[in-house]
Design a protein around this ligand. Structure first.
Ligand code: ZN
Length: 377
């Protein structure tokens, strides 16, 4: 294992500061598995070369489609977006709106399925993120990529990297081998709570089994549409298994999952909980109350919230203005631009919450007070 030191904690205790505009979901793409060679120890580096280990770059979206990479972004020599910090910095910060961006790297160490190799590659990947992204710009923050094949090692990874305050959350995928609420996964929740950071669940999967509960889809479209059911299962698991009672400071960020599916899901969850209360005696409140307190959702894709009144409607049905946090999902492009959500409300206080205050509660990121930029569309 490569020995890596962590950066000094960032001092955000300066005077005269205000909550920052935080883009809670941008992506870094590993150019190739060989990019990890400098950060692997000799044994695992040899394995990567000699064993002809393939790239684990996921193929979630058709590579040249807009949903994979939006038009107009900086591309590398191979025509790919987001493969360098310079490209991301240019594309995400150029308009001066965003103060911080949280880098979620989806390079799929979780798909390795050999726990020791997965752990080594996760440490190398997080080191690559620290050295080649976070060190490049003080506006970057990142998620700790977690080796899901070993919850104990995942907890160690969280404990190690959370000492570097630029790592602001742990990152897991929506489709896991075992539901996230299961007790075997509790070391992850325990470590995140101890570190004081949220756990982000992002679209994606470990592909240890079919990505839908009823088998394998054959198209990208089915796969992406079907992800919603995985998020519903994970929310039900985390709430029903008692994770939020055992680790009451837990925060979960449902990332790139949309949000308009959640209100009817909460309604059904509440209704059935009333019938099944003896099954989960440790759940002493409506599931929707627990979800509103502990779960947050990113705004890209925007699920139609960009239509007139759409954002107001979404927030009203969620029953809380504290659940949505802004994201662009760079370099992905959904059906509207990230800040088109401003067309969905005339409530500047709500936008202030989504752009700044809700993320402040999650990540405690601040900027000089004089740089207020909310709703300057
Ligand atoms: Zn995303």
């Amino acid at each position: 294992m490569v020995t890596t030191s962590v950066a000094e904690p960032v001092d955000s205790a300066a005077q005269d500061i205000s909550p920052a505009v935080v883009d809670c979901d941008v992506h870094a793409v590993l150019p190739s598995s060989a990019s990890l060679l400098p950060y692997l120890d000799e044994y695992w580096a040899d394995q990567l070369v000699a064993a002809l280990t393939p790239s684990y770059e996921p193929n979630y979206h058709p590579r040249n489609s807009a949903i994979a990479q939006r038009p107009g972004v900086v591309l590398d020599i191979d025509g790919r977006a987001a493969t360098s910090a310079d490209a991301l910095i240019n594309d995400v910060f150029a308009d001066g709106f965003t103060d911080f961006a949280v880098v979620n790297c989806l390079y799929a160490v979780q798909q390795i399925h050999q726990p020791r190799r997965e752990v080594a590659h996760a440490r190398a990947l997080n080191t690559w993120i620290a050295r080649e992204w976070l060190d490049r710009d003080p506006r970057l923050r990142a998620s700790i990529v977690v080796p899901m094949g070993s919850p104990r090692a995942a907890a160690e990874e969280i404990e190690f990297w959370s000492q570097d305050k630029r790592f602001v959350q742990a990152l897991v995928l929506g489709q896991t081998e075992l539901l996230l609420g299961r007790e075997i996964n509790w070391p992850i929740w325990e470590a995140a709570e101890k570190a004081g950071i949220p756990v982000a669940i992002h679209i994606g999967g470990v592909f240890r089994q079919a990505p839908t509960s009823v088998g394998w889809p054959t198209t990208h479209l089915e796969w992406y549409v079907g992800q919603q059911s995985n998020f519903e299962a994970q929310v039900a698991s985390i709430v029903s298994e008692g994770v939020l009672q055992k680790f009451p400071a837990t925060k979960v960020v449902l990332t790139e999952a949309g949000f308009n599916w959640l209100p009817p899901f909460m309604w059904k969850f509440d209704k059935l909980w009333k019938s099944y209360r003896p099954d989960v005696p440790w759940i002493d409140r409506l599931p929707s109350e627990l979800i509103r307190e502990h779960f947050r959702l990113t705004t890209a894709p925007s699920d139609g919230a960009e239509r007139p009144g759409g954002l107001d409607s979404a927030v009203n049905r969620l029953g809380s203005d504290q659940m949505l946090v802004y994201s662009s999902d760079y370099p992905h492009q959904h059906t509207s631009a990230p800040r088109d959500i401003e067309h969905g409300t005339a409530n500047s206080a709500l936008l202030e919450r989504i752009y700044r205050l809700n993320a402040q509660d999650l990540y405690n990121l601040a900027v000089p007070a004089s740089s207020g930029k909310v709703n300057q569309s």
